[in-house]
Design a protein around this ligand. Structure first.
Ligand SMILES: [Zn+2]
Length: 170
């Protein structure tokens, strides 16, 4: 049954990787744009391509516009859901905008963050978002990431190579 996964080509592997949730433990400060000014403190549990999952002590309403402060970065987003989970709450926030303290667009991804991205832990939320945005635009870094993943995770790479068969990637 699970053998089906082996036939997925590598383009879709890249797609799934960017959709995948990257686990974090970043402290965050939320502010409801149309609500009371009191900050709500929470922890970002993971980042997906389009959103954040945040653990909170209180419920926030679906549809609320929120400002999420993370380190020096600010994310603006919309609450997609909020559910009770073991005495606390988890909210899904769709990312609409990210405000960074500086522009890093012209730089390639440094080796360390790229390794941490390949491993799937150790990056902060803004770092994950930066890496993903860069990977979308940069072939060179996508290839570096593929090489790192081959090194870090020979098992996955073995599967991928088998599934690729005779067609090498340019
Ligand atoms: Zn690059």
């Amino acid at each position: 049954m699970a053998a089906l996964a082996h036939s997925i080509p590598s383009e879709q592997d890249a797609e799934r990787r960017s959709e995948a949730r990257y686990p974090t433990q970043d402290p965050a400060e939320l502010e409801l744009l149309n609500g009371p000014a009191d900050p709500i403190y929470g922890t970002v549990l993971d980042v997906s391509r389009s959103g954040l999952r945040v653990a909170l002590a209180q419920r926030i309403d679906r549809g609320e516009q929120v400002k999420v402060k993370l380190h020096d970065n600010v994310i603006f987003g919309e609450v997609r859901y909020c559910r009770a989970v073991s005495g606390a709450f988890q909210a899904g926030i769709k990312i609409q905008d990210l405000v960074r303290p500086s522009i890093r667009d012209s730089q390639h991804i440094a080796d360390d963050p790229l390794s941490l991205y390949a491993v799937g832990k150790g990056l902060s939320v803004p770092e994950v978002i930066d890496v993903r945005e860069h990977l979308v635009r940069c072939d060179a870094c996508r290839h570096r990431l593929a090489a790192k993943e081959a090194m870090l995770n020979p098992y996955t790479q073995g599967k991928r190579r088998r599934s690729l068969g005779p067609q090498p990637r340019a």
